[in-house]
Design a binder for this molecule. Structure first.
Ligand code: RIB
Length: 302
């Protein structure tokens, strides 16, 4: 039985698709607008559920509004337990204002709203974390809340995987309670001041025992104390929307590791899932199901 708990953000993504993102002071005409479920926390929960975790639980907060109702329902339809997703009446549901260009790249403004209320654990949260194999954390909620959850996981011997996004300075106590850190190369550089990913990963090992630096289409780099970093390549595909690709990768990776797969196999499987997600629009909406990941992974291997 694999049980993945997630503490993090739930956003409605308001996405404008345009050939090229506007510069400051410029107005451009876009091609399409979509309203799709997102938020790094909710995305990772959906990715883990679709990748086949037996049980996925989301700890988070939405506002008492239509976006909150829609996001709760999306999570439930993906098989995510939302008993600890609170509805607060002091803030609106979080939103992400996203521009996606014709190369699939994006720029995002997040308005945290209800996500900003997650400054501490609430009754029931620690019990849920204690019952999980793995706790997934990101930084779209207040860092105090992330730290409280990571330390709760540490007390109960639950593996913590932290995505340090959006990039920001991290309290040393949070890294001390993290088992696996998964930055992209920009976040790794922001945390270390080192732009070369292999050197940045090695530097991060002073604070966490395992690191995976995601490198987009180039794959992912795994580093652990006492071993040389390993690069696992990603399938080459044409991206239409890379939003949520990192979340797909982490949610799928968590399932693979909880199932006991080796790190290189887990990384390859997670990269396959991320490669599938970038070929479709949206974040949570683009995430593949386990059967699709297996079919694509088997095709790549044969
Ligand atoms: O990681 C992708 C997510 O970041 C989007 O879904 C958006 O909500 C932003 O939070």
């Amino acid at each position: 039985m694999t049980h993945i708990a997630v503490l993090g953000s739930t956003n409605m993504d308001l996405i404008a698709y345009v050939a090229k993102a506007p510069q400051r002071g410029e107005t451009v005409t876009g091609r399409e607008f979509r309203t799709l479920p997102g938020g790094k926390g909710a995305n990772q929960a959906v990715a883990a559920a679709r990748a086949g975790a037996d049980n996925v639980s989301m700890i988070g907060a939405v506002g008492a509004d239509a976006f909150g109702t829609q996001l709760r329902s999306t999570l439930e339809h993906s098989g995510v337990d939302t008993d600890l997703l609170r509805t607060v009446d002091t803030a609106a549901t979080g939103t992400a204002h996203i521009v996606v260009d014709d190369e699939g790249g994006n720029a995002i403004i997040v308005i945290p709203g209800a996500n900003g209320t997650l400054t501490a654990l609430a009754p029931g949260d620690e019990g849920l974390i204690a019952s999980a194999d793995t706790l997934l954390l990101q930084l779209e909620i207040p860092v105090e809340g992330v730290l409280a959850a990571a330390q709760a996981a540490r007390r109960h011997g639950v593996r913590t995987i932290l995505t340090p996004a959006p990039a920001q300075p991290l309290p040393p106590e949070l890294l001390a309670a993290t088992d696996l850190l998964v930055p992209n190369e920009h976040e790794a550089a922001a945390l270390t001041g080192i732009t070369e990913p292999r050197a940045a990963a090695k530097a991060l090992l002073a604070q966490v025992p395992e690191v995976v630096v995601t490198l987009g289409a180039r794959g992912s780099l795994y580093a652990a104390r006492g071993a040389e970093p390993v690069l696992v390549e990603a399938p080459q595909v044409t991206a239409v929307d890379t939003t949520g690709a990192g979340d797909t990768f982490v949610g799928t990776l968590a399932v693979a590791l909880a199932e006991g797969r080796s790190v290189p196999k887990a990384l390859a499987w997670a990269s396959t899932a991320a490669a599938l997600s970038v070929q479709r629009p949206g974040a949570a909406a683009s995430m593949p199901y386990r059967s699709e990941i297996d079919t694509a992974a088997n095709g790549a291997a044969s």
